[in-house]
Design a protein around this ligand. Structure first.
Ligand code: UDP
Length: 237
């Protein structure tokens, strides 16, 4: 069985399960340096339409199937993979970091969300948080300098796309010896400010429907799902 699948020229890793994905990041008490990026239907469509989005996706050292649309197409192309939701991957990564006592830096989200995320990670998970900054900073180089000085081995960034990926790429230039992950709205979910889709919706790959009903303003983003299906059926990606 293939352990990689190509969609729109992008290599996406296949994983048996979440443990397999974590093993590809954490090895023998250390972390693999690089950057992971979640791939879903919306990002595939954006990368088809825009070269800048495609190069952001290309810049990651590993891409994982965060969305059901991506894992379904992978299976169709002979590369079966579990779906790896980014927010679950992040939680498992945090637990793994705690067991190896790896230093973690938490960037992004609103000040109160960032603070609560750090507190919860320290108190409930035993994570060694060596630095944190909310997502509304003015001086990026100062923050990059803080990350470097903290010697963090894992840096997770919630600034929304593509800002978080651009930040990660600049930070990696100065502090390459770490694992980076863009996490979008994960801290908001972790601190119970945003609800995840219920289990049934996750099980039947209907998270998109749940999100559409609970956040109707996302309708324009949802059009991308239709375009994704069209591109797949027409063999354009
Ligand atoms: N965010 C931030 N600074 C900004 C804009 C957004 O820290 O200037 C945070 C926002 O508070 C949220 C996260 O980025 O916690 C992700 O936002 P969004 O849900 O739009 O991202 P997505 O997961 O949809 O890419």
């Amino acid at each position: 069985m293939n352990n990689k699948c190509i969609i729109n020229g992008l290599e996406i890793s296949a994983f048996d399960d979440m443990g397999h994905a974590i093993d590809s990041i954490l090895h023998e008490g250390d972390v693999v340096s690089g950057c992971a990026i979640a791939v879903n239907a919306e990002k595939i469509v954006s990368s088809y339409e825009r070269e800048d989005v495609k190069s952001i996706l290309e810049s990651a050292s590993f891409r994982y199937p965060d969305g059901a649309g991506v894992s379904l197409v992978m299976a169709k192309r002979g590369c079966v993979s579990a779906r790896i939701p980014g927010c679950d991957l992040w939680v498992e990564l945090m637990k793994g970091s705690a067991s190896f006592n790896l230093p973690v830096f938490i960037v992004g989200a609103k000040p109160e969300v960032n603070l609560q995320t750090v507190e919860k990670l320290k108190n409930e998970f035993g994570v060694k948080v060596v630095g944190a900054c909310d997502g509304y900073f003015d001086n990026e180089s100062e923050l990059i300098d803080r990350v470097k000085r903290s010697q963090a081995k894992i840096v997770t960034v919630a600034l929304g796309s593509p800002r978080q990926e651009n930040f990660i790429n600049r930070c990696r230039e100065f502090h390459p010896d770490a694992f980076y992950m863009g996490v979008g709205g994960t801290y908001d979910v972790f601190t119970d400010r945003v609800k995840r889709a219920p289990q049934w919706a996750q099980k039947y790959n209907l998270e998109w429907l749940y999100r559409l009903v609970s956040q109707p303003t996302r309708i324009t983003r949802q059009f991308k799902l239709v375009k994704y299906l069209f591109l797949v059926v027409m063999n354009k990606v």
